[in-house]
Design a protein around this ligand. Structure first.
Ligand SMILES: Cc1cc2nc3c(=O)[nH]c(=O)nc-3n(C[C@H](O)[C@H](O)[C@H](O)COP(=O)(O)O)c2cc1C
Length: 169
């Protein structure tokens, strides 16, 4: 699948089969994540790959809108010790978002379903996830990606809208 096809095909999937994902595919997702661009190439990301049922259940309970039964979760976090963002900005959010999108697109190309659920900047979610997976202070959970084989189908689509485009010639 080429990248453009994967971009259009990717949809948020919230119903998953229980089939497990191979270690090989998980590694492929992580390699894709870490190939993302980052400000000054600081790569300020940490990936928590979770398949432990008890931990996943606790994460799902953090908020109703992230309560989806997938066999795998990846929580993508920003490491503020390894970021140019330490003093006066928050580029780690953009860096980690690029990594998340790479995971979503690679998963799509492997016929997996995903949904990206936001954690930061909802501080209640940040605090609960931090406690559940015991994150150090400098690590901030940005989002959780639920990943699994799809148990629902969604049409590929474009949301192209001329009104959002502004040409300056
Ligand atoms: C930063 C961010 C946070 C999101 N948080 C949630 C969430 O908490 N729960 C959820 O079900 N979907 C969440 N989504 C998925 C969006 O609802 C979804 O991408 C949007 O409705 C468009 O649908 P599509 O992904 O199928 O194109 C989030 C997406 C992003 C980018």
């Amino acid at each position: 699948m080429n990248v453009y096809d994967a971009i259009l095909k990717r949809r948020s999937i919230r119903k998953f089969k229980s089939d497990l994902i191979s270690d090989e595919i998980i590694k492929k997702l992580l390699i894709a994540a870490m190939a993302a661009p980052s400000a000054r190439n600081m790569q300020p990301w940490e990936f928590y790959v979770i398949s432990n049922k008890e931990v996943m259940s606790k994460i799902r309970n953090v908020a109703r809108s992230i309560d989806f039964e997938s066999p795998l979760m990846i929580i993508v976090c920003g490491n503020t010790d390894r970021s140019i963002t330490k003093n006066d900005n928050d580029f780690w959010i953009q860096d980690c978002s690029a990594a998340i999108e790479n995971i979503l697109l690679t998963a799509t190309s492997e016929n997996l379903g995903t949904v990206w659920c936001g954690i930061y900047p909802v501080m209640d979610r940040v605090n609960k996830v931090t406690e559940i997976i015991n994150l150090p202070k400098s690590i901030i959970p940005l989002g959780v990606i639920h990943i699994g084989y799809k148990d629902e189908e969604k049409e590929e689509r474009t949301q192209y809208n001329d009104e959002y485009v502004h040409y300056i010639n």
